[in-house]
Ligand binder design. Structure first.
Ligand code: ASP
Length: 573
Protein backbone atom coordinates (compact mmCIF):
# COMPACT_ATOMS: atom_id res chain seq x y z
CA UNK A 1 0.00 0.00 0.00
CA UNK A 2 1.23 3.49 -0.77
CA UNK A 3 2.19 5.57 2.25
CA UNK A 4 -0.40 8.13 1.18
CA UNK A 5 -2.64 8.82 -1.79
CA UNK A 6 -3.52 12.43 -1.11
CA UNK A 7 -1.79 15.34 0.60
CA UNK A 8 -3.20 16.67 3.88
CA UNK A 9 -3.91 20.17 2.62
CA UNK A 10 -5.63 19.11 -0.59
CA UNK A 11 -8.95 17.70 0.58
CA UNK A 12 -12.05 19.76 -0.20
CA UNK A 13 -15.82 19.46 0.35
CA UNK A 14 -16.56 17.84 -3.00
CA UNK A 15 -14.39 14.89 -1.95
CA UNK A 16 -16.80 13.85 0.80
CA UNK A 17 -17.44 10.13 0.54
CA UNK A 18 -13.99 9.34 -0.87
CA UNK A 19 -11.76 6.88 0.94
CA UNK A 20 -8.21 8.16 1.31
CA UNK A 21 -4.92 7.57 3.08
CA UNK A 22 -2.92 10.52 4.40
CA UNK A 23 0.42 10.67 6.15
CA UNK A 24 2.15 13.45 8.02
CA UNK A 25 2.94 14.97 11.39
CA UNK A 26 0.56 15.29 14.33
CA UNK A 27 0.23 19.05 14.65
CA UNK A 28 -2.16 19.02 17.60
CA UNK A 29 -4.20 16.39 19.36
CA UNK A 30 -7.40 17.04 21.30
CA UNK A 31 -8.58 14.15 23.39
CA UNK A 32 -12.25 14.47 24.30
CA UNK A 33 -12.34 11.28 26.38
CA UNK A 34 -13.97 9.20 23.71
CA UNK A 35 -13.41 11.13 20.48
CA UNK A 36 -9.85 12.13 19.59
CA UNK A 37 -9.15 14.91 17.08
CA UNK A 38 -5.75 15.19 15.46
CA UNK A 39 -4.68 17.87 13.02
CA UNK A 40 -2.41 16.06 10.61
CA UNK A 41 0.06 18.23 8.75
CA UNK A 42 2.32 18.02 5.74
CA UNK A 43 3.79 20.85 3.70
CA UNK A 44 0.51 21.42 1.87
CA UNK A 45 -1.50 22.12 5.01
CA UNK A 46 -3.53 20.38 7.69
CA UNK A 47 -6.49 18.07 7.79
CA UNK A 48 -8.56 17.14 10.81
CA UNK A 49 -8.62 13.44 11.69
CA UNK A 50 -11.50 12.21 13.84
CA UNK A 51 -10.92 8.99 15.66
CA UNK A 52 -14.09 7.54 17.13
CA UNK A 53 -13.79 4.46 19.40
CA UNK A 54 -17.22 3.26 18.28
CA UNK A 55 -16.11 3.39 14.69
CA UNK A 56 -12.66 1.85 15.17
CA UNK A 57 -11.60 0.74 18.67
CA UNK A 58 -8.07 -0.13 17.47
CA UNK A 59 -7.52 3.34 15.95
CA UNK A 60 -8.85 4.93 19.16
CA UNK A 61 -6.36 3.02 21.23
CA UNK A 62 -3.48 4.15 18.99
CA UNK A 63 -4.79 7.72 19.07
CA UNK A 64 -4.34 8.00 22.84
CA UNK A 65 -0.58 7.49 22.47
CA UNK A 66 -0.15 10.29 19.95
CA UNK A 67 1.93 13.29 20.94
CA UNK A 68 2.90 16.35 18.92
CA UNK A 69 5.08 15.64 15.89
CA UNK A 70 4.51 11.89 15.82
CA UNK A 71 4.43 10.71 12.21
CA UNK A 72 1.10 9.09 11.40
CA UNK A 73 -0.63 7.32 8.58
CA UNK A 74 -4.41 7.45 8.62
CA UNK A 75 -7.00 5.93 6.30
CA UNK A 76 -10.70 6.57 6.30
CA UNK A 77 -13.59 8.33 4.67
CA UNK A 78 -13.69 12.03 3.91
CA UNK A 79 -16.86 13.38 5.55
CA UNK A 80 -18.43 16.82 5.39
CA UNK A 81 -18.43 18.66 8.70
CA UNK A 82 -21.72 19.80 10.19
CA UNK A 83 -22.23 23.47 9.22
CA UNK A 84 -21.56 24.70 12.77
CA UNK A 85 -18.23 22.81 12.83
CA UNK A 86 -16.87 24.20 9.57
CA UNK A 87 -13.54 25.99 10.13
CA UNK A 88 -13.44 28.90 7.67
CA UNK A 89 -9.77 29.57 8.46
CA UNK A 90 -8.58 26.27 7.09
CA UNK A 91 -8.74 25.39 3.37
CA UNK A 92 -9.72 21.84 4.42
CA UNK A 93 -12.10 23.26 7.05
CA UNK A 94 -15.26 21.92 5.43
CA UNK A 95 -14.32 18.28 5.82
CA UNK A 96 -12.63 15.87 8.19
CA UNK A 97 -11.31 12.35 7.91
CA UNK A 98 -13.30 9.69 9.74
CA UNK A 99 -10.37 7.42 10.57
CA UNK A 100 -10.71 3.66 10.59
CA UNK A 101 -7.04 2.72 10.35
CA UNK A 102 -4.32 4.60 12.17
CA UNK A 103 -0.62 3.78 12.35
CA UNK A 104 2.15 5.51 14.21
CA UNK A 105 5.00 5.46 11.71
CA UNK A 106 7.44 7.30 13.91
CA UNK A 107 7.41 8.75 17.42
CA UNK A 108 8.88 11.97 18.75
CA UNK A 109 10.52 12.73 22.07
CA UNK A 110 9.13 15.82 23.85
CA UNK A 111 9.97 18.87 21.76
CA UNK A 112 12.53 21.55 22.71
CA UNK A 113 10.01 24.11 21.44
CA UNK A 114 6.55 24.02 19.96
CA UNK A 115 6.26 24.72 16.26
CA UNK A 116 3.71 27.47 16.78
CA UNK A 117 5.67 29.11 19.60
CA UNK A 118 6.70 32.70 18.91
CA UNK A 119 10.12 34.22 19.61
CA UNK A 120 11.96 30.94 20.00
CA UNK A 121 15.62 31.75 20.50
CA UNK A 122 17.37 31.46 17.14
CA UNK A 123 20.23 29.22 18.26
CA UNK A 124 17.64 26.75 19.56
CA UNK A 125 15.78 26.89 16.25
CA UNK A 126 19.02 26.19 14.41
CA UNK A 127 20.08 23.42 16.80
CA UNK A 128 16.81 21.65 15.95
CA UNK A 129 16.51 23.00 12.42
CA UNK A 130 14.63 19.91 11.23
CA UNK A 131 11.79 20.91 13.55
CA UNK A 132 12.02 24.57 12.66
CA UNK A 133 11.88 23.62 8.99
CA UNK A 134 8.44 22.16 9.51
CA UNK A 135 7.05 25.61 10.34
CA UNK A 136 5.06 27.40 7.71
CA UNK A 137 7.65 30.18 7.61
CA UNK A 138 10.58 27.95 6.83
CA UNK A 139 8.62 25.81 4.41
CA UNK A 140 7.58 28.94 2.56
CA UNK A 141 11.11 30.36 2.52
CA UNK A 142 12.89 27.23 1.38
CA UNK A 143 10.32 26.64 -1.32
CA UNK A 144 10.63 30.26 -2.43
CA UNK A 145 14.36 29.63 -2.87
CA UNK A 146 13.52 26.87 -5.25
CA UNK A 147 10.86 28.86 -7.11
CA UNK A 148 13.13 31.86 -7.61
CA UNK A 149 16.16 29.83 -8.62
CA UNK A 150 14.14 27.75 -11.07
CA UNK A 151 12.83 30.96 -12.66
CA UNK A 152 16.35 32.34 -12.93
CA UNK A 153 17.55 29.10 -14.51
CA UNK A 154 14.73 29.37 -17.04
CA UNK A 155 15.80 32.90 -18.00
CA UNK A 156 19.40 31.74 -18.32
CA UNK A 157 18.35 28.82 -20.44
CA UNK A 158 16.18 30.91 -22.75
CA UNK A 159 19.08 33.28 -23.30
CA UNK A 160 21.58 30.57 -24.16
CA UNK A 161 23.64 30.55 -20.97
CA UNK A 162 25.63 27.43 -20.19
CA UNK A 163 25.95 26.18 -16.61
CA UNK A 164 29.64 25.46 -16.05
CA UNK A 165 30.86 24.08 -12.76
CA UNK A 166 34.05 25.71 -11.49
CA UNK A 167 36.27 24.56 -8.63
CA UNK A 168 35.81 25.61 -5.04
CA UNK A 169 39.37 24.64 -4.21
CA UNK A 170 41.58 27.18 -5.89
CA UNK A 171 44.06 30.03 -5.38
CA UNK A 172 43.05 33.11 -3.43
CA UNK A 173 40.68 35.32 -5.43
CA UNK A 174 40.83 39.02 -4.63
CA UNK A 175 37.22 39.88 -3.75
CA UNK A 176 38.18 41.94 -0.74
CA UNK A 177 37.63 39.37 2.02
CA UNK A 178 39.86 36.88 3.82
CA UNK A 179 40.22 33.45 2.28
CA UNK A 180 39.25 30.22 3.94
CA UNK A 181 42.25 27.95 3.69
CA UNK A 182 42.20 24.26 3.04
CA UNK A 183 45.27 22.17 3.85
CA UNK A 184 45.96 19.23 1.55
CA UNK A 185 47.34 15.88 2.68
CA UNK A 186 49.10 15.30 -0.63
CA UNK A 187 50.84 18.68 -0.51
CA UNK A 188 51.72 19.27 3.13
CA UNK A 189 52.42 22.86 4.02
CA UNK A 190 50.38 24.18 1.11
CA UNK A 191 46.82 25.39 1.06
CA UNK A 192 44.01 25.80 -1.35
CA UNK A 193 41.78 28.81 -0.84
CA UNK A 194 38.04 28.24 -1.02
CA UNK A 195 36.82 30.37 -3.91
CA UNK A 196 35.58 33.80 -2.84
CA UNK A 197 33.89 33.75 -6.24
CA UNK A 198 34.43 31.99 -9.57
CA UNK A 199 35.66 35.31 -10.99
CA UNK A 200 38.78 34.21 -12.81
CA UNK A 201 37.36 30.87 -13.90
CA UNK A 202 34.39 32.55 -15.51
CA UNK A 203 36.70 34.94 -17.32
CA UNK A 204 38.73 31.96 -18.50
CA UNK A 205 35.49 30.39 -19.75
CA UNK A 206 35.10 33.46 -21.97
CA UNK A 207 38.63 33.03 -23.28
CA UNK A 208 37.64 29.39 -23.78
CA UNK A 209 34.79 30.37 -26.09
CA UNK A 210 31.86 29.57 -23.76
CA UNK A 211 30.31 32.95 -24.61
CA UNK A 212 27.49 32.85 -22.03
CA UNK A 213 28.41 31.27 -18.68
CA UNK A 214 26.36 31.06 -15.52
CA UNK A 215 26.30 29.16 -12.30
CA UNK A 216 24.46 29.23 -9.00
CA UNK A 217 27.86 29.26 -7.36
CA UNK A 218 28.72 28.76 -3.72
CA UNK A 219 31.28 31.31 -2.54
CA UNK A 220 33.30 31.38 0.67
CA UNK A 221 34.46 34.53 2.42
CA UNK A 222 35.96 34.74 5.88
CA UNK A 223 34.10 37.81 7.11
CA UNK A 224 32.10 38.63 10.23
CA UNK A 225 28.61 37.19 10.00
CA UNK A 226 25.75 39.65 9.74
CA UNK A 227 22.14 39.89 8.63
CA UNK A 228 23.21 39.76 5.00
CA UNK A 229 26.37 37.69 5.38
CA UNK A 230 27.30 34.08 5.99
CA UNK A 231 30.72 32.45 5.51
CA UNK A 232 29.30 30.56 2.55
CA UNK A 233 26.63 31.93 0.29
CA UNK A 234 25.34 31.54 -3.23
CA UNK A 235 25.65 33.86 -6.16
CA UNK A 236 23.95 33.90 -9.48
CA UNK A 237 27.26 34.24 -11.25
CA UNK A 238 27.33 35.07 -14.95
CA UNK A 239 29.72 36.17 -17.63
CA UNK A 240 29.17 37.14 -21.26
CA UNK A 241 31.53 37.68 -24.18
CA UNK A 242 31.23 40.44 -26.80
CA UNK A 243 28.91 42.54 -24.67
CA UNK A 244 28.58 46.00 -23.26
CA UNK A 245 27.34 47.05 -19.88
CA UNK A 246 23.72 47.35 -20.97
CA UNK A 247 23.63 43.73 -22.21
CA UNK A 248 24.62 42.50 -18.76
CA UNK A 249 22.16 44.76 -16.96
CA UNK A 250 19.39 43.61 -19.26
CA UNK A 251 19.95 39.93 -18.40
CA UNK A 252 20.08 40.68 -14.69
CA UNK A 253 16.86 42.66 -14.82
CA UNK A 254 15.18 39.78 -16.65
CA UNK A 255 16.31 37.41 -13.88
CA UNK A 256 14.95 39.68 -11.14
CA UNK A 257 11.63 40.15 -12.89
CA UNK A 258 11.39 36.44 -13.71
CA UNK A 259 11.94 35.51 -10.06
CA UNK A 260 9.36 38.07 -8.88
CA UNK A 261 6.77 36.78 -11.31
CA UNK A 262 7.42 33.16 -10.36
CA UNK A 263 7.03 34.10 -6.70
CA UNK A 264 3.74 35.85 -7.44
CA UNK A 265 5.06 39.26 -6.38
CA UNK A 266 4.47 42.42 -8.43
CA UNK A 267 7.80 42.91 -10.27
CA UNK A 268 9.64 46.24 -10.36
CA UNK A 269 9.38 48.36 -13.51
CA UNK A 270 12.14 47.89 -16.06
CA UNK A 271 14.57 49.34 -16.91
CA UNK A 272 15.79 49.96 -13.37
CA UNK A 273 17.16 53.49 -12.99
CA UNK A 274 20.89 53.86 -13.58
CA UNK A 275 22.50 56.31 -11.17
CA UNK A 276 26.12 57.39 -11.31
CA UNK A 277 28.31 56.79 -8.27
CA UNK A 278 29.20 60.50 -7.87
CA UNK A 279 25.53 61.40 -7.98
CA UNK A 280 24.42 58.88 -5.31
CA UNK A 281 27.32 59.76 -3.06
CA UNK A 282 26.30 63.40 -3.25
CA UNK A 283 22.55 62.92 -2.88
CA UNK A 284 22.43 59.94 -0.53
CA UNK A 285 25.91 59.70 1.01
CA UNK A 286 26.09 55.99 0.21
CA UNK A 287 26.89 53.78 -2.75
CA UNK A 288 23.88 51.63 -1.89
CA UNK A 289 21.18 54.12 -1.06
CA UNK A 290 17.69 53.16 -0.03
CA UNK A 291 15.47 55.07 -2.46
CA UNK A 292 12.14 54.27 -0.84
CA UNK A 293 12.20 57.73 0.72
CA UNK A 294 13.58 61.19 -0.06
CA UNK A 295 15.58 63.13 2.54
CA UNK A 296 18.10 63.89 -0.16
CA UNK A 297 21.38 65.44 0.85
CA UNK A 298 22.00 68.92 -0.55
CA UNK A 299 25.32 70.60 -1.08
CA UNK A 300 25.86 74.05 0.40
CA UNK A 301 29.61 74.35 -0.07
CA UNK A 302 29.37 77.05 -2.73
CA UNK A 303 26.64 79.03 -1.00
CA UNK A 304 28.56 79.12 2.28
CA UNK A 305 31.99 80.05 0.87
CA UNK A 306 31.74 83.61 2.09
CA UNK A 307 29.71 82.79 5.19
CA UNK A 308 29.96 84.80 8.41
CA UNK A 309 29.57 81.51 10.20
CA UNK A 310 33.16 80.31 10.68
CA UNK A 311 32.28 76.62 10.87
CA UNK A 312 30.83 76.79 7.36
CA UNK A 313 33.32 79.18 5.87
CA UNK A 314 36.37 77.13 6.83
CA UNK A 315 35.01 73.69 6.06
CA UNK A 316 36.05 71.95 2.82
CA UNK A 317 32.47 70.78 2.35
CA UNK A 318 29.08 71.77 3.78
CA UNK A 319 26.06 69.56 3.23
CA UNK A 320 22.63 69.21 4.78
CA UNK A 321 19.35 67.37 4.80
CA UNK A 322 15.93 68.81 5.35
CA UNK A 323 13.76 66.72 7.66
CA UNK A 324 9.99 67.30 7.61
CA UNK A 325 9.64 67.98 11.34
CA UNK A 326 11.20 69.95 14.15
CA UNK A 327 13.34 68.62 16.98
CA UNK A 328 13.40 69.60 20.64
CA UNK A 329 16.73 70.61 22.15
CA UNK A 330 17.22 67.20 23.71
CA UNK A 331 16.31 65.41 20.48
CA UNK A 332 18.78 67.61 18.62
CA UNK A 333 21.48 66.87 21.21
CA UNK A 334 20.86 63.15 20.83
CA UNK A 335 21.10 63.37 17.03
CA UNK A 336 24.33 65.29 17.35
CA UNK A 337 25.74 62.60 19.63
CA UNK A 338 24.92 59.96 17.03
CA UNK A 339 26.50 62.05 14.27
CA UNK A 340 29.65 62.42 16.35
CA UNK A 341 29.82 58.67 16.85
CA UNK A 342 29.85 58.41 13.07
CA UNK A 343 32.79 60.79 12.90
CA UNK A 344 31.23 64.25 12.51
CA UNK A 345 32.60 67.19 14.47
CA UNK A 346 29.07 68.41 15.04
CA UNK A 347 25.59 68.57 13.61
CA UNK A 348 24.25 72.08 13.12
CA UNK A 349 20.53 72.80 13.22
CA UNK A 350 19.53 75.74 11.04
CA UNK A 351 17.22 77.18 13.71
CA UNK A 352 20.11 77.41 16.14
CA UNK A 353 22.60 78.96 13.71
CA UNK A 354 20.38 81.11 11.51
CA UNK A 355 21.45 84.31 13.31
CA UNK A 356 24.97 83.80 11.90
CA UNK A 357 23.78 83.36 8.33
CA UNK A 358 23.08 85.85 5.60
CA UNK A 359 19.71 86.31 3.94
CA UNK A 360 21.02 84.80 0.72
CA UNK A 361 22.22 81.71 2.54
CA UNK A 362 18.86 81.30 4.28
CA UNK A 363 17.06 81.73 1.02
CA UNK A 364 19.26 79.16 -0.72
CA UNK A 365 18.43 76.56 1.91
CA UNK A 366 14.72 77.15 1.36
CA UNK A 367 13.57 75.44 4.53
CA UNK A 368 9.84 75.57 5.15
CA UNK A 369 8.05 76.10 8.45
CA UNK A 370 7.87 72.84 10.43
CA UNK A 371 10.99 71.41 8.77
CA UNK A 372 14.55 71.26 10.02
CA UNK A 373 17.80 71.55 8.11
CA UNK A 374 20.69 69.59 9.65
CA UNK A 375 24.23 70.46 8.50
CA UNK A 376 27.57 68.71 8.55
CA UNK A 377 30.63 70.78 7.70
CA UNK A 378 33.69 68.62 7.18
CA UNK A 379 35.83 66.76 4.66
CA UNK A 380 33.62 65.66 1.76
CA UNK A 381 33.86 61.95 2.61
CA UNK A 382 32.85 62.59 6.24
CA UNK A 383 29.95 64.89 5.33
CA UNK A 384 28.66 62.33 2.83
CA UNK A 385 28.99 59.37 5.16
CA UNK A 386 27.49 61.03 8.23
CA UNK A 387 24.54 62.54 6.37
CA UNK A 388 24.00 59.24 4.55
CA UNK A 389 23.77 57.42 7.86
CA UNK A 390 21.65 60.17 9.39
CA UNK A 391 19.28 60.01 6.45
CA UNK A 392 18.72 56.30 7.03
CA UNK A 393 18.52 56.66 10.80
CA UNK A 394 15.89 59.39 10.62
CA UNK A 395 13.88 57.57 7.95
CA UNK A 396 13.60 54.58 10.28
CA UNK A 397 12.96 56.66 13.41
CA UNK A 398 10.34 58.84 11.79
CA UNK A 399 8.67 56.01 9.88
CA UNK A 400 9.35 57.59 6.48
CA UNK A 401 9.95 54.28 4.68
CA UNK A 402 7.10 52.80 2.69
CA UNK A 403 7.82 49.13 3.35
CA UNK A 404 5.43 48.10 0.60
CA UNK A 405 7.80 49.47 -2.05
CA UNK A 406 10.44 47.52 -3.96
CA UNK A 407 12.91 50.01 -5.36
CA UNK A 408 15.65 48.64 -7.57
CA UNK A 409 18.38 50.68 -9.13
CA UNK A 410 21.86 50.40 -10.57
CA UNK A 411 24.86 52.37 -9.44
CA UNK A 412 27.36 52.82 -12.26
CA UNK A 413 30.64 54.58 -13.00
CA UNK A 414 32.43 53.83 -9.77
CA UNK A 415 36.00 55.00 -9.44
CA UNK A 416 38.35 52.24 -10.57
CA UNK A 417 40.59 52.62 -7.53
CA UNK A 418 40.26 53.82 -4.00
CA UNK A 419 43.01 54.91 -1.70
CA UNK A 420 43.61 52.43 1.06
CA UNK A 421 44.71 53.78 4.42
CA UNK A 422 45.62 50.23 5.37
CA UNK A 423 48.07 49.60 2.53
CA UNK A 424 48.97 53.25 2.07
CA UNK A 425 48.36 52.93 -1.67
CA UNK A 426 45.78 52.31 -4.33
CA UNK A 427 43.50 49.35 -4.19
CA UNK A 428 40.66 48.21 -6.40
CA UNK A 429 37.11 49.37 -5.81
CA UNK A 430 35.45 46.26 -7.23
CA UNK A 431 38.20 43.82 -8.12
CA UNK A 432 41.37 44.26 -10.15
CA UNK A 433 39.85 42.82 -13.32
CA UNK A 434 37.43 45.69 -13.95
CA UNK A 435 38.00 47.72 -17.11
CA UNK A 436 38.23 51.49 -17.13
CA UNK A 437 35.51 53.55 -18.80
CA UNK A 438 36.45 53.76 -22.51
CA UNK A 439 38.80 56.65 -23.10
CA UNK A 440 40.11 56.67 -19.53
CA UNK A 441 42.57 53.75 -19.87
CA UNK A 442 45.47 56.12 -20.37
CA UNK A 443 44.93 57.57 -16.95
CA UNK A 444 45.21 54.23 -15.14
CA UNK A 445 48.80 54.80 -14.18
CA UNK A 446 49.04 58.53 -14.84
CA UNK A 447 46.10 59.57 -12.66
CA UNK A 448 44.58 56.61 -10.81
CA UNK A 449 42.46 58.85 -8.59
CA UNK A 450 40.39 59.97 -11.54
CA UNK A 451 39.75 56.85 -13.57
CA UNK A 452 36.24 55.51 -13.59
CA UNK A 453 35.64 51.80 -13.86
CA UNK A 454 32.96 50.03 -15.89
CA UNK A 455 31.67 48.66 -12.62
CA UNK A 456 28.00 48.48 -11.68
CA UNK A 457 26.13 47.43 -8.54
CA UNK A 458 22.51 46.36 -8.21
CA UNK A 459 20.66 47.76 -5.19
CA UNK A 460 17.28 46.76 -3.77
CA UNK A 461 15.85 48.93 -0.99
CA UNK A 462 19.35 49.81 0.20
CA UNK A 463 20.74 46.27 0.09
CA UNK A 464 23.55 45.63 -2.32
CA UNK A 465 22.43 42.59 -4.27
CA UNK A 466 25.58 42.25 -6.28
CA UNK A 467 28.26 43.70 -8.47
CA UNK A 468 29.66 43.27 -11.88
CA UNK A 469 31.80 44.93 -14.47
CA UNK A 470 33.12 44.93 -17.97
CA UNK A 471 36.52 43.28 -17.63
CA UNK A 472 39.96 44.03 -18.83
CA UNK A 473 40.70 41.76 -21.80
CA UNK A 474 44.19 42.97 -22.65
CA UNK A 475 47.18 41.73 -20.69
CA UNK A 476 49.02 45.10 -20.86
CA UNK A 477 46.06 46.94 -19.33
CA UNK A 478 45.71 44.26 -16.67
CA UNK A 479 49.36 44.68 -15.81
CA UNK A 480 49.00 48.44 -15.57
CA UNK A 481 46.23 47.95 -12.99
CA UNK A 482 48.37 45.49 -11.04
CA UNK A 483 51.22 48.01 -11.06
CA UNK A 484 48.99 50.75 -9.66
CA UNK A 485 48.09 48.33 -6.88
CA UNK A 486 51.78 47.92 -6.13
CA UNK A 487 52.21 44.42 -7.58
CA UNK A 488 55.64 43.96 -9.10
CA UNK A 489 56.27 41.84 -12.18
CA UNK A 490 57.23 38.82 -10.11
CA UNK A 491 54.19 38.95 -7.84
CA UNK A 492 51.93 39.45 -10.86
CA UNK A 493 53.35 36.33 -12.49
CA UNK A 494 53.15 34.37 -9.27
CA UNK A 495 49.56 35.22 -8.42
CA UNK A 496 47.99 35.87 -11.80
CA UNK A 497 50.37 34.40 -14.37
CA UNK A 498 47.64 32.08 -15.66
CA UNK A 499 45.29 35.02 -16.23
CA UNK A 500 47.95 37.09 -17.98
CA UNK A 501 48.77 34.12 -20.20
CA UNK A 502 45.10 33.65 -21.07
CA UNK A 503 44.68 37.35 -21.85
CA UNK A 504 47.51 36.97 -24.36
CA UNK A 505 45.91 34.10 -26.21
CA UNK A 506 42.82 35.56 -27.78
CA UNK A 507 40.64 36.93 -24.99
CA UNK A 508 37.35 38.37 -26.24
CA UNK A 509 35.89 41.54 -24.69
CA UNK A 510 33.67 40.35 -21.85
CA UNK A 511 31.78 41.34 -18.74
CA UNK A 512 29.49 39.88 -16.13
CA UNK A 513 27.79 40.07 -12.83
CA UNK A 514 27.17 38.21 -9.59
CA UNK A 515 24.05 38.59 -7.50
CA UNK A 516 23.79 37.31 -3.95
CA UNK A 517 20.97 34.81 -4.20
CA UNK A 518 20.45 34.51 -0.47
CA UNK A 519 20.11 38.28 -0.06
CA UNK A 520 17.75 38.40 -2.98
CA UNK A 521 15.55 35.66 -1.57
CA UNK A 522 15.56 37.11 1.94
CA UNK A 523 14.22 40.36 0.54
CA UNK A 524 11.73 38.58 -1.69
CA UNK A 525 10.53 36.63 1.35
CA UNK A 526 10.35 39.90 3.38
CA UNK A 527 12.72 38.39 5.92
CA UNK A 528 15.13 40.49 7.96
CA UNK A 529 18.19 38.32 7.37
CA UNK A 530 19.53 35.56 5.15
CA UNK A 531 19.54 32.93 7.90
CA UNK A 532 15.76 32.74 7.54
CA UNK A 533 16.04 31.62 3.95
CA UNK A 534 19.05 29.35 4.40
CA UNK A 535 18.45 25.73 5.35
CA UNK A 536 21.41 25.31 7.70
CA UNK A 537 23.06 28.66 8.47
CA UNK A 538 25.71 29.49 11.03
CA UNK A 539 25.30 31.86 13.94
CA UNK A 540 27.20 35.09 14.51
CA UNK A 541 30.05 33.40 16.39
CA UNK A 542 30.77 31.44 13.21
CA UNK A 543 29.59 28.11 14.63
CA UNK A 544 26.98 25.69 13.43
CA UNK A 545 24.70 24.93 16.39
CA UNK A 546 23.31 21.85 14.65
CA UNK A 547 26.42 19.76 14.03
CA UNK A 548 28.62 21.57 16.55
CA UNK A 549 31.16 22.42 13.81
CA UNK A 550 33.83 23.66 13.72
CA UNK A 551 35.50 21.06 15.93
CA UNK A 552 39.07 20.33 16.98
CA UNK A 553 40.89 17.53 15.19
CA UNK A 554 43.36 15.11 16.77
CA UNK A 555 47.05 15.85 16.42
CA UNK A 556 47.45 12.74 14.30
CA UNK A 557 45.10 14.17 11.64
CA UNK A 558 46.85 17.52 11.70
CA UNK A 559 50.28 15.92 11.50
CA UNK A 560 49.37 14.32 8.18
CA UNK A 561 48.71 17.83 6.90
CA UNK A 562 51.97 19.15 8.28
CA UNK A 563 50.16 21.29 10.85
CA UNK A 564 50.95 21.83 14.50
CA UNK A 565 48.69 24.06 16.57
CA UNK A 566 49.78 26.88 18.84
CA UNK A 567 49.46 26.15 22.50
CA UNK A 568 46.41 28.39 22.61
CA UNK A 569 45.06 28.74 19.06
CA UNK A 570 42.52 31.31 20.26
CA UNK A 571 45.44 33.67 21.02
CA UNK A 572 47.35 33.68 17.74
CA UNK A 573 49.46 36.71 18.63
N1 ASP B 1 33.13 38.31 -8.79
C1 ASP B 1 32.36 39.46 -8.43
C2 ASP B 1 31.82 39.30 -7.01
O1 ASP B 1 31.77 38.20 -6.50
C3 ASP B 1 31.20 39.72 -9.30
C4 ASP B 1 31.56 40.00 -10.71
O2 ASP B 1 32.33 40.93 -10.96
O3 ASP B 1 31.03 39.32 -11.57
O4 ASP B 1 31.38 40.26 -6.42
Amino acid sequence: MAWRDVMCGELRAHEAGRRVTVAGWADTRRDHGGLVFVDLRDHTGKVQLVINPEHSPAAAETAHEIRNEFVLQASGEVVARAPELVNPNLPTGQIELQVDELRVLSRSTPLPFQLDEENVEETLRLRYRWLDMRTERMQRNLRLNHTAISAIRRVMDERGFVDVWTPSMTRGTPEGARDFLLPVRLQPGKFFALAQSPQLFKQLCMVGGIDRYYQIATCWRDEDLRADRQFEFRQLDLEMAFVEREDVLDVMEACVVGAFEAAGVEPPQRPFPRLAFDDVMLRYGSDKPDLRFGLEIQDATEVTRGSEFGVFKNAPCVRYIVVPRTFSRSEQARLEEVAKEWGAKGLANLTQISKFLSASELEAFGVEEGSTALFVADEEAVAARVLGLLRLHLAHELGLIDTGLDVFHWVTDFPLFEHSEEFGGWTFMHHPFTAAVPGEEDRIEADPAHVRGQHYDLIWNGWELGSGSIRIHQAEVQQAVFRVMGLGEEEQRDKFGFLLDALQMGAPPHGGFAMGIDRFIALLAREPDIRQVTAFPKIASGADPLTGAPTPYPDSALKELGIRLLEDPSQPE
